[in-house]
Write a protein that binds this ligand. Structure first.
Ligand code: ATP
Length: 286
């Protein structure tokens, strides 16, 4: 038996950190949406009790350090699975980019293995398991557009994002997510209007989304890495309706209603950045 699963990337339309909790995580409010830039996984059932992982990309571990491996190992241990799986992972999502590539791969592995090993787990059960491996995995399991709270693991699905063009640009620097949260001063930043963003999504208002877009982590990453700020400014200069850093960065995305302008932003950014993508919101139904 063989199963193919797609693992789409996400962007944060808003990301707010309200306060630091006693367990050292920040209490978050994020509106996230999946985009049409996806890794691909193929899962093949093995009768032998083992997990084989083949990663078609450089510099990504193909052992226990990979979230896909961890997802398979967690299901195996929790449900005493005696069968095995050979997984091949074809990466298209840039790594360590703020696009939740690893989390989405893990979510796709959980979904695929639920089918392959006949586990009959509900989406909620898979999300609870996913949360043990990473805070963004529950969102990646639901996909679409959603409000994520807690440390990101509590998901309230929202209507689909109105159609538009999304230009992504990832500078070739790496950003440490724990480091960004460590340097964030929640009492000193301007917080995005999460309620306004949720309402805009509910009304299907592209303008409302542009008005309420915001990410508190920009206060850390944009100061430390001025090139990220420059990319954002370039996107706006080239005609983006809005631009924002995703997650802890360093990827910046622009939302653009008109294709001709999106193409201009895309072409303009290619002069500054090696990794630039022109995509749309993820359209698959839940
Ligand atoms: P987030 O937005 O959730 O912070 P990210 O996009 O910044 O995620 P990832 O691409 O998920 O970051 O990868 C971060 C690190 O996780 C990488 O440096 C890599 O070594 C490790 N990793 C583990 N599993 C995977 C995977 N399946 N794909 C990519 N990276 C993985």
């Amino acid at each position: 038996m063989k199963i193919n699963v797609k693992a789409p990337a996400k962007i944060n339309l808003s990301l707010d950190a309200l306060y630091k909790r006693k367990d050292n995580y920040h209490e978050l409010e994020m509106v996230m949406t999946t985009i049409d830039l996806a890794d691909r996984l193929q899962l093949v059932l093995l009768e032998k009790d083992c997990i084989k992982l083949d990663v078609k990309a450089h510099f990504i571990p193909d052992d226990k350090r990979n979230l896909v491996y961890q997802a398979a190992a967690l299901l195996k241990e929790r449900f005493q699975i005696k069968q095995g799986v050979a997984i091949s992972l074809d990466k298209s999502i840039p790594v360590a980019a703020g696009l939740a590539g690893g989390s989405s791969d893990a979510a796709a592995a959980l979904k695929g293995l639920n089918q392959l090993w006949d586990l009959n787990l509900s989406l909620e059960e898979l999300a609870d398991l996913g949360a043990e491996l990473g805070s963004d995995i529950p969102f990646c399991l639901y996909g679409g557009t959603a409000l994520a709270t807690g440390r990101g693991e509590i998901i309230e699905p929202l209507p689909m994002m109105p159609n538009c063009w999304i230009v992504l640009a990832k500078p070739s620097i790496s950003v440490s997510t724990p480091g960004v949260y460590r340097d964030l001063k929640v009492s000193e930043v301007t917080h995005p209007n999460t309620k306004g963003m949720v309402q805009a999504i509910q009304e299907g208002s592209f303008e409302g989304i542009c008005d309420n877009i915001g990410n508190v982590l920009e206060t850390v990453t944009l100061v430390k890495h001025p090139e990220v700020k420059r990319i954002k400014e370039k996107m706006l200069e080239f005609g983006a309706d809005t631009a924002l850093m995703s997650g802890s960065g360093p990827t910046v995305f622009a939302l653009v209603k008109q294709y001709s302008r999106a193409k201009r932003v895309y072409n303009g950014l290619r002069g500054f950045c090696e990794e630039v993508y022109l995509v749309r919101p993820w359209q698959e139904q839940r």
